[in-house]
Design a protein around this ligand. Structure first.
Ligand SMILES: Cc1cc2nc3c(=O)[nH]c(=O)nc-3n(C[C@H](O)[C@H](O)[C@H](O)COP(=O)(O)O)c2cc1C
Length: 191
């Protein structure tokens, strides 16, 4: 079993990173392989940071090595966590750039049916976390992923894990992150 996370923050030790690690540490204890990708690093390595809509179908001219690795890993994983800081009520530009570059992933059905969970952290208590989670869900759904919600035994948050900074002091969000790990594992071991 393999679960990867894409951190939409440029920070390796920020709030999104903290919440990702809560989930991945729990999964590692259950024997799940994990890896974290930093969206900023992946996009900085690309020939163009944005999808430049050069051709249809996508010819991957804007890709870099790190993005190619990420997309290969997405195909090899059972579940993908996407985390983002709330930027102006939605996901970060870096994370959106990655989603914009998934046209080829979508065409190849590379993540069709893969499990997906979203995390959002904002500075304000009602700063747009659920809208950010919803925007990430939209991108997962366009790719045919299966968005996971809570189950009766794991109330990970109705939409996903939403936190207010500093995330390491947001006890409610931390408990939701632990439940998200349980929820992912529940799905991974369901059949
Ligand atoms: C450009 C920008 C826009 C932001 N917009 C919002 C916002 O709309 N709502 C909010 O609650 N926080 C907003 N924030 C604060 C970040 O979401 C917050 O600092 C977050 O915890 C950063 O996560 P990180 O530590 O993983 O980078 C914004 C921060 C930046 C830099």
């Amino acid at each position: 079993m393999r679960v990867i996370a894409v951190n939409g923050s440029h920070k390796h030790d920020g709030n999104c990173a903290f919440l990702i690690n809560v989930i991945l540490d729990d999964l590692k204890m259950k024997g799940v392989e994990t890896k974290v990708y930093n969206a900023h690093e992946v996009i900085s390595d690309c020939k163009h940071p944005f999808c430049i809509s050069c051709s249809s179908p996508c010819s991957r001219v804007c890709y870099g090595q790190k993005l190619t690795e990420l997309f290969y890993d997405m195909q090899s994983s059972d579940a993908i966590i996407f985390a983002s800081p709330v930027y102006f009520g939605t996901m970060s530009g870096q994370l959106k750039c990655i989603f914009d570059k998934t046209r080829d992933v979508r065409a190849k059905k590379a993540v069709l049916g893969k499990l997906g969970i979203a995390i959002a952290c904002g500075a304000s208590k009602y700063g747009g976390q659920e809208k950010t989670v919803s925007a990430i869900h939209d991108c997962m759904l366009v790719n045919g992923m299966t968005v996971i919600g809570p189950s009766s035994s794991s109330a990970m948050g109705h939409m996903g894990v939403c936190a207010s900074a500093p995330a390491n002091e947001d006890e409610f969000a931390i408990s939701r992150a632990h439940m998200a790990a349980e929820r992912i594992y529940e799905e991974l071991t369901a059949f």
